[in-house]
Design a protein around this ligand. Structure first.
Ligand code: ADP
Ligand code: ZN
Length: 435
């Protein structure tokens, strides 16, 4: 039996959901226009007035916001409520540059935690569960968001934060954790450490994990599911729209349901800004229709994905987004070819290597170079140089077959690549350093 946190919303008919979105959007546009001078100016420049927005069909008339706007208005320029009504600040991880900050009223915190509660419930969580949260706590939204969601569901919450992996496993065992929340790269590291400590999945009680905050592949999912003996669920979010829980996976695991009662998604062509029809890949844009303090309208996430309204076996009617394959700015252009790190990850795991790798791109004599260091596991180690070279060649060929360009593969010894306790850094692009 599928469990819902808010069955009425999660299974609402499309017509009712649209009605709710229409009402909320009209109200939100007015709130932003009246309280955020920066966005009012953008609307005025475009010649759009709040009364022009009568329903979600008029969404396309509104101007976009991007990370650059958030940086330009740092820290208070997009605030829509007096600071005296705000109770929390969180900040992005700064993965792609200067951090931006987001503000929350108590109402905003409640709705965010509610979104996380929906995600935990969809992963099978109930008040009988022990929920181990090792996303980072602090300014990063991962820890606080899941902590709040876990409380709402009524789980016994272990606020571990990240780091000290052996201690994580000791607590997980001693307290019988059943649900794990962290980045997928940290989940992989926890799985590896569990086995290094001499335990198996029989020694832990975990049954499900909610992993997100960074791109990860289906292959990575299978590898984590196996090493921890769990079902691994994807969960998506960003600080600008609240944090984790904007979208979450259900039992069907074919994309993440977006909490459409709070966030209206659109897919646009990242170059022209044109809205694309359902089913086409493009940049995901969100409009927050319920947030009070930091309500971004038409915020460009730079995440690339597809939206789908195909009927889902879980019974939820919320629209689904595909796993983002990375941000538009994660895409590497190497010798004129578009490369996503996730394509390389897929090949590595398919070929039996660990998800521990580092991609280095550089430019030598005006030609782009692509070097991939890949960790071997013990069984793959050989003391014959010839064997190793043959393995490197085979892997390079398998990667070339997918990317169309030739990488240089370096097999490195087990445990030599730094493990991630939060968002993994898998790419070093030295060309940017030369510019
Ligand atoms: P930063 O932009 O500095 O990393 P955040 O910590 O707010 O700040 O991270 C939000 C971003 O993380 C999203 O825009 C997206 O690129 C990525 N992300 C979050 N969840 C997922 C997920 N499940 N799959 C892929 N990428 C994700
Ligand atoms: Zn579903």
């Amino acid at each position: 039996m599928e469990r819902y946190w808010n069955q009425e919303i999660e299974t609402m008919s499309r017509e009712d959901m649209k009605k709710l979105q229409d009402e909320r959007l009209v109200k939100q546009v007015r709130h932003v226009y009246e309280n955020v001078e920066y966005y009012r100016n953008l609307m005025d420049e475009k010649g759009v007035k709040p009364e022009d927005i009568k329903s979600t069909d008029d969404l396309y008339k509104l101007p976009f916001l991007s990370k650059a706007d958030l940086r330009d208005t740092y820290p208070y320029g997009l605030l829509a409520k007096p600071l005296s009504e705000c109770v929390r600040i969180q900040s992005t991880s700064g993965t792609t540059g200067k951090r931006v900050v987001a503000f929350y009223t108590q109402y905003d915190i409640d709705l965010w935690e509610d979104c996380c509660a929906r995600a935990i419930t969809a992963a099978g969580g109930t008040k009988d569960d022990v929920c181990h949260v090792c996303y980072g706590y602090g300014l990063f939204t991962g820890g606080p968001g899941f902590n709040g969601g876990s409380h709402k569901v009524g789980c016994l919450t272990l606020p571990m934060s990240s780091g000290n992996t052996e201690r994580q496993i000791t607590f997980m065992r001693d307290l019988g954790a059943t649900i794990l929340c962290c980045t997928p790269s940290y989940a992989a590291y926890i799985g590896e450490t569990l086995h290094d400590m001499g335990y198996t999945t029989d020694d832990i009680k975990l049954k499900a994990g909610l992993f997100g905050a960074e791109p990860w592949t289906e292959e990575m999912r299978h590898s984590i599911e196996e090493s921890l003996g769990i079902k691994a669920y994807d969960v998506y979010g960003l600080t600008e729209t609240s944090g984790p829980g904007v979208a979450f996976e259900c039992s069907e695991q074919t994309g993440m349901h977006i909490n459409e009662d709070h966030f209206i998604p659109e897919i646009i062509n990242p170059e022209t800004g044109e809205v694309l029809p359902e089913g086409e890949v493009g940049e995901l844009v969100f409009t927050s229709i319920t947030k009070e303090a930091f309500p971004l309208l038409r915020y460009r996430t730079r995440d690339l994905c597809v939206l789908s309204r195909k009927k889902c076996s879980c019974g939820r009617t919320l629209i689904k987004m595909s796993k983002p394959k990375g941000r538009s700015d994660d895409m590497l252009i190497i010798r004129g070819v578009n490369v996503f790190p996730s394509q390389i990850e897929t090949v590595l795991i398919e070929q039996g290597y660990s998800p521990n790798y580092l991609i280095e791109v550089d430019r030598v004599n005006n030609t782009d170079t692509l070097d991939i260091s890949v960790e071997m596991n013990i069984q793959q180690l050989s003391d014959k140089v010839k064997d190793m070279q043959a393995q490197e060649r085979n892997l390079a060929e398998a990667i070339k077959a997918v990317l169309g360009i030739n990488p240089k593969v370096h097999l490195v010894t087990p445990k030599s690549i730094t493990r991630s306790e939060g968002k993994a850094v898998r790419v070093i692009d030295r060309r940017k350093l030369h510019d």
